[in-house]
Design a protein around this ligand. Structure first.
Ligand SMILES: [Zn+2]
Length: 416
């Protein structure tokens, strides 16, 4: 049984063709994709995905958040399903593979099971999670977040995009509000294949990342309040320049990150200057702050040190600084048995591999709160993602999908 599995190959060519077919839906002139969650292009992608699942003999369920579950029955109806999947939505100028690789590789696993005449003991389900990216409604990991109980359905449905259209209205508009409640159902395992979105695997020439878990994170909204005044007449002593204060806090974020060495992550990615006029000393600046680290204890320390030191800076600047902690999550380790199936699959197939902690958020990290989970990473060119130039090789996609296939089949056939 174990030996035979290595001779069962997925169809890498068919996988690549499916990836390119999905990439054509919402294709951008620079070679990326734009499939904003729950918009008309996302609907096209979902409809195509549903049709491909039907062709592969799968039965589709949709839950109240628009999460899609395509099921292949197992031999033993009493067994819990083994889940695999990712997301089909993209950033506004996103790449072809972020999310789509995990979903289309899952489809390829299903097609290969059919072609190879394999009936697994447990059912297998392929998931397309709604709105992983969070770029339209401002909440990432939305579908898996509601499913796992991190976010409430009602509060999430009320979120609106910049045009005022809510999540709830968008679900109805594209016809993807399903009858099932979005909440955890019993499942045996969840596997997610994803591009690394970072440079480590490529730099080390590794084909497979064995993801052991996600990083701890803390996110803030910051508002610095000073006073608008005339740029030409306000002398240094009289200035209450909110942007100078923000700049010093941004430097603090960078210093606190660098003090933690190679594993440190600290970012200010959003900045709004009010009134944003070249001859007004800025009276208000709103900005985002986030820190990540694989060690939850470092995040706990940062959550104490950062507000304190930022407060000292603001006081020196004569500025009011309001920090709102948006959320703090501990490091989410993946299930050791599921991680081991990924490790064994990579070894059996002869792929070079290394263990890695996920730097980005992924649906698997929320799913892992309820279901034993693991992830597989594949390299991406120059570590580039959330960019239209995001690029992978067909052989890399095939290797990742083959590891996914092996891990899912091993789990679905495991002795109970
Ligand atoms: Zn993604």
């Amino acid at each position: 049984m174990t030996d035979a599995r290595t001779n069962q190959r997925i169809n890498g060519r068919r996988l690549w063709d499916s990836l390119m077919e999905m990439a054509a839906i919402g294709a951008t002139p620079k070679g990326g994709v734009r499939r904003l969650a729950l918009g008309p292009v996302d609907k096209l992608g979902r409809d195509r995905f549903a049709a491909l699942c039907a062709e592969a003999g799968l039965t589709m369920r949709v839950d109240s958040m628009g999460n899609m579950f395509a099921r292949r029955p197992g031999r033993d109806p009493a067994r819990l399903p083994v889940l695999m999947g990712s997301h089909l939505d993209s950033q506004p100028s996103g790449g072809k593979f972020d999310g789509a690789l995990g979903v289309m590789a899952g489809l390829e696993v299903m097609r290969s099971l059919r072609d190879l005449g394999i009936t697994t003991e447990a059912p297998v389900e392929l998931v397309n999670w709604t709105d992983e990216e969070g770029s339209r409604f401002g909440k990432s990991l939305m579908g898996s977040g509601v499913w796992s109980g991190v976010y409430g359905q009602a509060e999430t449905e009320a979120l609106a995009d910049l045009d005022g259209q809510t999540v709830g209205a968008s679900l109805d508009a594209i016809g993807y509000r399903g009858p099932e409640p979005a909440r955890p159902f019993p499942a045996d395992a969840y596997f997610e294949l994803h591009i690394e979105q970072g440079p480590v695997l490529e730099a080390e020439g590794k084909q497979i990342g064995i993801v052991t878990g996600g990083q701890a994170q803390v996110w803030y909204d910051a508002v610095a309040i000073g006073q608008d005044s005339h740029a030409g007449t306000t002398p240094p002593e009289a200035r209450k320049d909110a942007l100078v204060c923000a700049a010093r806090v941004i430097d603090l974020v960078d210093r606190m990150m660098r003090a933690r060495g190679e594993l440190g992550r600290g970012t200010v990615g959003q900045l709004v200057v009010v009134p944003n006029s070249r001859n007004v000393v800025p009276g208000e600046v709103r900005f985002s702050v986030e820190f990540r680290h694989p060690d939850a204890a470092e995040i706990e320390r940062l959550a104490v040190q950062f507000p304190r030191e930022a407060g000292f800076i603001a006081r020196d600047c004569g500025i009011e600084l309001h920090l709102t902690e948006l959320f703090r999550i501990g490091a989410q380790p993946f299930d050791p048995a599921c991680v081991d199936l990924v490790r064994q699959a990579a070894a059996r197939l002869g792929y070079s591999a290394r263990e890695i902690v996920s730097g980005a958020g992924h649906d698997a990290i929320y799913v892992a709160q309820h279901v034993p989970a693991a992830m597989i990473f594949t390299p991406c060119k120059d570590g580039l993602s959330h960019n239209e130039a995001e690029s992978i090789e067909p052989s890399e996609a095939e290797a990742g999908a083959q590891v996914l296939f092996e891990a899912v089949v091993a789990r679905a056939n495991r002795p109970l």
